[in-house]
Design a protein around this ligand. Structure first.
Ligand SMILES: Cc1ncc(COP(=O)(O)O)c(C=O)c1O
Length: 381
């Protein structure tokens, strides 16, 4: 099996992650709820996850980093929690995933939010100026998909934030956390949403949101927090205010271990390796007859996610043939990102077949994928 579907979820998970999940599940403990040793240890492992992520993102105060079930919940917490009013204006990129597009669309339909997307070129790139030009007195938020999960296009997030100045920016780092240096994010961002099971190498069911001091969010849900239990009012301090209910203890223990493995390997190291392999892959793809790459060729302006279509195949036929013929695992279709596919021009054909690399891929994996693609292309030539 050759796993090239890391943009969906990373595989393999480091052995430390599997051990941490299993150890947490073997312990008789609910974190932050009881005073016995196992419960305290469970709370400490969640604290370890918070601390490791704060180090990865350069956050001065890790209590402002809250855990959610995935980035979708983190993004909804931010978008719903800001209390946007009718007439408030939000700008997003043209390449948003449905985890942003659907909440924004619902806010527009049900609460009179005005949502605009920044103009972008054929690969989905917008300049800082494209965002700046859309600013109005009513603009309350800029939302940015840091890297497209379809084309791999990387947005110049720091520069866009500099261009929009005081307007808060929410970064969807689903495809960049762990894959790209974000170690100064706490210095320039307002909100950072992440998912634990992709580049952070943790289990599914983990993710979260960091919110800078000075921004307050209304929780999506309230309930028990194990703190301030004398009151039926939810606590207003973080992280408890945005973390009602028992945490995903084993998931977060795994995430703590995943981020530790990542920090040990080095994000820069991973980025360099992934870009070297992506360059080789893109070069190889350019030799395949009838193949179209939906995204940039320059590795400085992309992540290791490459979408293609091949003449004579639908995206799902190609994905199935790659698995059947060569054990290559990819993802076909629209990738929960219809806006991105519409923008790129790949929507009408039913989307693309997406190859996405992770830190454990080797050049041999890409060579196998390339020869399989070449064989399949010649069958329909
Ligand atoms: C850019 C982007 N945002 C959001 C998500 C949603 O991630 P999750 O399903 O982990 O909430 C994804 C997942 O593919 C994504 O690629």
């Amino acid at each position: 099996m050759i796993y090239l579907d890391n943009a969906a979820t990373s595989f393999p998970k480091p052995p430390e992650v599997l051990e941490a999940v299993s150890a947490a599940l073997s312990a008789p403990a609910s974190p932050g709820r009881s005073g016995h040793a196992a419960s305290l240890a469970a709370a400490r492992s969640i604290h370890r996850a918070r601390k490791n992520l704060a180090r990865l993102f350069g956050l001065p105060d890790n209590s402002r980093l809250v855990f959610t079930a995935n980035i979708t919940w983190g993004l909804n917490t931010a978008l719903e929690g800001l209390g946007l009013q009718p007439g408030d204006h939000v700008i997003s990129s043209a390449m948003e995933h449905n985890a942003v597009a659907r909440p924004l669309n619902r806010l527009a339909a049900e609460r009179g939010l005005v949502w605009e997307t920044a103009p972008a070129d054929g690969h989905g790139f917008s300049s800082p100026d494209d965002f700046k030009k859309l600013l109005r007195p009513e603009t309350r938020l800029v939302v940015l998909n840091h890297a497209s999960n379809v084309s791999g296009s990387l947005a110049p997030a720091r520069e866009i934030k500099a261009a929009v100045g005081e307007i808060p920016m929410l970064l969807d780092a689903a495809q960049t956390a762990g894959a790209l240096d974000l170690s100064d994010a706490g210095d320039w961002l307002d909100m950072l949403a992440f998912t634990g099971h992709k580049g952070l190498l943790g289990p599914t069911g983990t993710g979260g949101l960091w919110v800078r001091p000075g921004l307050a969010l209304r929780p999506l849900a309230v309930g028990g927090t194990g703190s301030a239990s004398e009151s039926i009012r939810s606590p207003d301090f973080l992280p408890d205010a945005l973390e009602p209910g028992t945490a995903n203890t084993h998931g977060l223990a795994g995430l703590a271990a995943g981020v530790e493995a990542l920090l040990k390997k080095g994000v820069d190291q991973i980025r360099a390796q992934e870009m070297k392999l992506t360059g080789i892959f893109l070069d190889g793809l350019s030799q395949i007859p009838g193949l179209t790459v939906w995204g940039p060729r320059d590795t400085n302006s992309r992540v290791a996610t490459v979408s293609v279509t091949l003449k004579g195949y639908s995206s799902s036929e190609l994905s199935a043939a790659l698995e059947r013929e060569a054990g290559v695992l990819t993802r076909a279709g629209l990738h929960c990102a219809p806006l991105a596919h519409r923008h790129l021009g790949s929507f009408q054909g039913g989307g693309s077949t997406r190859f996405s690399l992770g830190p454990y891929n080797r050049e041999e994996d890409l060579n196998s994928a390339l020869s399989a693609l070449d064989r399949l292309a010649r069958l329909k030539a």
